[in-house]
Ligand binder design. Structure first.
Ligand code: HEC
Length: 138
């Protein structure tokens, strides 16, 4: 009995830590091709809003992790102007996000969205397009 419980717990713990690291890996593979994960050096080279700005807006619109995660999971597969919580000029500048159907599975999105929610925006982040960045935009 004892041994079985220990084995079960070990496996459970291992899969939790796996899910945690793969959330980061998956985000890097599936999302960061368009959404940069660090503060961009050159805003003019971006093809999509940086993930910290995206997550800031998602969290302003949805206060619980559950709602925020549900929103992202849906948006990634079925993006639309009506659903967007980012500023309208984001869609104007970058175009609507192309659906990632076929590029990312629902299970993968589970790890990605949870990792994003827990790590972004980083502490102290105040948003893009303020202060010195405004001058860099056309
Ligand atoms: C091919 C480029 C591309 C990829 C890959 C991509 N995105 Fe996006 N994404 C965009 C663009 C462009 C926007 C801004 C326009 C918009 O909001 O639709 C955006 C916007 C978003 C938004 C904000 C939605 C809103 O409220 O407007 C979220 C959330 C998001 N992406 C999540 C993700 C996640 C998670 C992944 C990885 C699974 C991902 N994106 C992969 C291009 C991409």
């Amino acid at each position: 009995m004892r041994v079985k419980t220990t084995i079960f717990l070990t496996i459970a713990l291992l899969s939790v830590s796996n899910a945690m690291s793969s959330g980061e890996e998956l985000t890097k593979n599936k999302c960061s091709t368009c959404h940069v994960l660090s503060h961009p050096k050159d805003m003019s080279k971006l093809v999509a809003p940086p993930i910290m700005g995206v997550m800031r807006h998602v969290k302003m619109a949805y206060s619980s992790k559950e709602e925020a995660v549900a929103f992202i999971k849906d948006y990634v597969l079925n993006p639309s102007k009506e659903k967007s919580v980012c500023m309208p000029q984001k869609i104007k500048r970058f175009g609507l996000m192309p659906s990632q159907k076929g590029n990312v599975t629902k299970e993968e999105l589970e790890s990605i969205t949870s990792w994003l929610y827990d790590n972004f925006p980083p502490k102290g982040f105040k948003g893009m397009g303020h202060g010195k960045h405004r001058g860099m935009q056309k």
